[in-house]
Design a protein around this ligand. Structure first.
Ligand SMILES: CC(=O)SCCNC(=O)CCNC(=O)[C@H](O)C(C)(C)COP(=O)(O)OP(=O)(O)OC[C@H]1O[C@@H](n2cnc3c(N)ncnc32)[C@H](O)[C@@H]1OP(=O)(O)O
Ligand SMILES: CC(C)C(=O)C(=O)O
Length: 537
């Protein structure tokens, strides 16, 4: 027993206590079956006294779910314990878990009634008696009785040891010392167990248990520290759901014990970890509590890499940035996710996996266009990549600007909107721009102007049909003006918006060509002037 850690799952009890997490009977049964597949040692199925629905859930789980021990919670009260025992009756392996609070704060707040005593000392004595009675009564129904000293983490250590002693003498086989309020820090929580074990000198069959809440985000760290102090049961929940900030997350505790086994004396944990992911999803669905993407082990990003340097590393050796295998917890392996932080290694390895061969001479252009797209989108998907590669430059290679992609949206109740991707051969960059306009052509032209940083004016635009029928080819002629010089572009297409864009860009390319020629002439002139000792202006 000492060489393994018992995983006590309380998703259906403490987990369900999270505000808004209530689950239906069917959902609880489904989750309990999944927990059995996951091979948890104990399922805390509910608190039967609390309602007929809770009673029925515990009863059905005890009757129908085989494998794990089925446990029910009960206050240190006769009616709770009898009700728990009744609910557990159909089960083969069952546990009654009875508890009472032991910290001064809890005693003061919850047992203020004089029937518990007038002074703290008297109340403490009453709690010792209630502990004894509750455990003894529970033992009349099962040999497997767990006792919890609620708020143990804030309980006077001498008194805590006394309560534990009484519980063990009354027949408790598991002693749970919860950090009910998530107040403890790891070395403190571990020290509490060491001190109690030292004072009580428990018989070897008694298992000490940790139950931690996450109010300071320390539930898992505290649970693991407790293991280092001799604890051999951890109470936890799937996705860490539970009261307030939740409980220790089962998946985190289990994987920490496995991945860092040497830190814990290689204690065995019998969880079938490849089921962790689907169990997490099932609980998220049933409770309506989504799993944050950065959640350890079961978060969508837990094994994903977007940063170029990380992608480069993991593509060569996964352990560069992964301390466990994604498959071990039921996640997809090698999750290279492409976005604005990705580099060439990540991009081209994904393209290769998609079976897309990229000729050497296109690589830089594709990478630049990928970056421009990634700046606009949170994530670049395979479909985006296919389109990106397929949209080859088709225009005259002499032209500085090429239209790579264009999207136009218009409707009766929305302003026409256009998005264009313009590749600049001179600077080897891609610009993606959007604009709205009075009409779709106006929106396209505004977007193109933004992409090329235009300083020209549109002088005329003409559209005529050069063939007949619904699929007629339209011809667009455009004239633009730049400082008194005029440039014309003409294009034909069945799609008149496309023809409009092509014609406009042709005119702009002519203007660019004109400017480039002028600059080289003035550059030559300046050179001649300089060589004759004249002014270069
Ligand atoms: C740390 C934990 O997670 S503990 C578990 C917490 N979970 C829950 O409370 C969920 C289920 N609870 C319930 O359905 C209800 O609270 C019930 C059915 C248990 C009790 O309901 P009520 O009888 O209406 O009492 P209420 O909840 O208002 O107050 C709690 C009572 O239990 C008593 N009590 C609290 N803990 C214990 C305990 N461990 N042992 C004995 N009595 C206790 C309180 O002193 C109080 O008693 P009083 O009614 O005589 O004053
Ligand atoms: C009943 C006990 C174990 C509990 O849930 C707590 O103290 O948080």
């Amino acid at each position: 027993m000492n060489d393994r850690v018992i995983i006590f799952d309380t998703t259906l009890r403490d987990g369900e206590q999270a505000p808004g997490a209530s689950m239906s009977l069917d959902e609880k049964l489904r989750i309990a079956r999944q927990l059995a597949r996951l091979n948890v040692d104990v399922i805390e199925a509910g608190f039967p006294i609390s309602s007929p629905a809770q009673f029925e859930a515990v009863q059905r789980i005890a009757a129908e779910v085989e494998g794990p021990i089925i446990c029910a919670l009960a206050r240190a009260r006769e009616e709770d314990i009898r009700t728990a025992a009744e609910a557990l009756k159909p089960g083969k392996r069952t546990r009654i878990h009875t508890f009472i609070a032991t910290s001064d704060i809890h005693i003061d707040a919850k047992f203020g009634d004089v029937r518990y005593g007038r002074t703290l000392a008297e109340k403490r004595q009453t709690i010792l008696r209630l502990t004894d009675e509750a455990v003894r009564l529970a033992r009349t129904f099962t040999d497997d009785v767990e006792f919890s000293a609620e708020d143990a983490g804030r309980t006077d250590i001498g008194y805590l040891a006394e309560v534990v002693q009484v519980a063990i003498e009354a027949g408790a086989t598991t002693i749970n010392l919860p950090d009910t309020t998530g107040y403890c820090v790891p070395d403190e929580y571990a020290a509490m167990f060491r001190a109690v074990i030292e004072r009580v000198q428990p018989p070897p069959y008694v298992v000490f248990s940790a139950h931690c809440h996450d109010d300071l985000g320390l539930a898992v760290a505290n649970s693991l520290a407790a293991v280092q102090a001799g604890v051999r049961q951890i109470e936890c929940t799937i996705n860490g759901i539970g009261e307030r900030a939740g409980n220790a997350a089962l998946e985190e505790v289990v994987m920490a014990l496995k991945v860092r086994g040497q830190r814990f004396g290689h204690l065995a944990v019998h969880i079938v970890t490849p089921y962790l992911m689907e169990t997490s999803r099932m609980v998220a669905l049933a409770t309506g509590f989504p799993v944050p993407p950065n959640k350890a082990i079961v978060g969508r990003n837990a094994f994903s890499h977007e940063a170029g340097i990380h992608q480069h590393g993991v593509l060569r050796r996964r352990d560069t940035y992964e301390i466990m295998r994604a498959e071990e917890v039921g996640q997809q392996p090698e999750q290279i996710r492409l976005g604005r932080h990705s580099g060439r290694h990540g991009l081209f390895s994904r393209l290769a996996r998609l079976g897309i061969e990229v000729p050497e001479e296109r690589k830089e252009e594709i990478y630049q266009r990928f970056l421009a797209l990634a700046d606009l989108k949170k994530e670049v998907y395979d479909e985006d990549l296919r389109r990106l590669v397929e949209a080859k430059p088709t225009a005259d290679p002499e032209n500085p600007y090429q239209l790579m992609e264009m999207h136009v949206a218009t409707g009766t109740h929305r302003a026409p909107e256009a998005e264009v991707q313009i590749f600049n051969r001179t600077t080897n960059t891609l610009r993606i721009e959007r604009a709205t306009g009075d009409g779709p052509v106006n929106a396209i032209y505004k977007a193109i102007d933004r992409a090329v940083g235009a300083a020209h004016e549109l002088v005329s635009y003409e559209l005529r049909s050069v063939t007949e029928g619904a699929d007629a080819v339209g011809e667009v002629s455009v004239v633009i003006d730049y400082n008194g010089s005029r440039f014309k572009g003409t294009a034909r297409h069945t799609d008149v918006l496309r023809a409009s864009a092509d014609a406009y860009l042709e005119a702009i390319n002519q203007l660019e060509q004109f400017r480039a020629d002028r600059e080289s002439v003035s550059f030559v002139r300046a050179g001649i002037m300089q060589s004759f000792g004249g002014a270069a202006a």
